[in-house]
Design a protein. Sequence first.
Length: 167
Amino acid sequence: MLQVRTGPDQVWDIDYRPGGSTTVNGQVFEWDLASLGNGQYHILHNGQSFAAELISVDYPSKTFVLKLNGQRLELQAKDRFDLLLDKLGMSNTTASKVNELKAPMPGLIVDIRVEPGQVVQKGDPLLVLEAMKMENILKAPGEGTISAIKVTLRDNVTKGQVLVLFS
């Protein structure tokens, strides 16, 4: 059993068994998945065809970035052990409290995905920093509430510059 989140209000309970049936929120989910290689997949569901591409995977945080028919989608998964820790109230024991996020390298801020007052968890995307023509998603190093964003869109930043403050 997996719980997959694509946003604050979009959560799906998925039970996937290779060779068996797949259910999503308790309903049978019939689909055909074909790997095309190099992170490319073809999916058939309810007579519709979907092109999927796996952009990035962070196994320790169980975060995945996909493109589904060209649309970018970020997924956060929790397995049965993560859910059990949540249920027992132990999920926060490993979360670290942070005070600030600093730029890991010089670059250009091309996207800001949070706002002051927003509560974030470890691994949540905060900013996108372009450096050497590559986009780097800067994620929350721990749980906290955004108290201030010290940069604006299109700002050039230096390594070590404070970008986000947490309370």
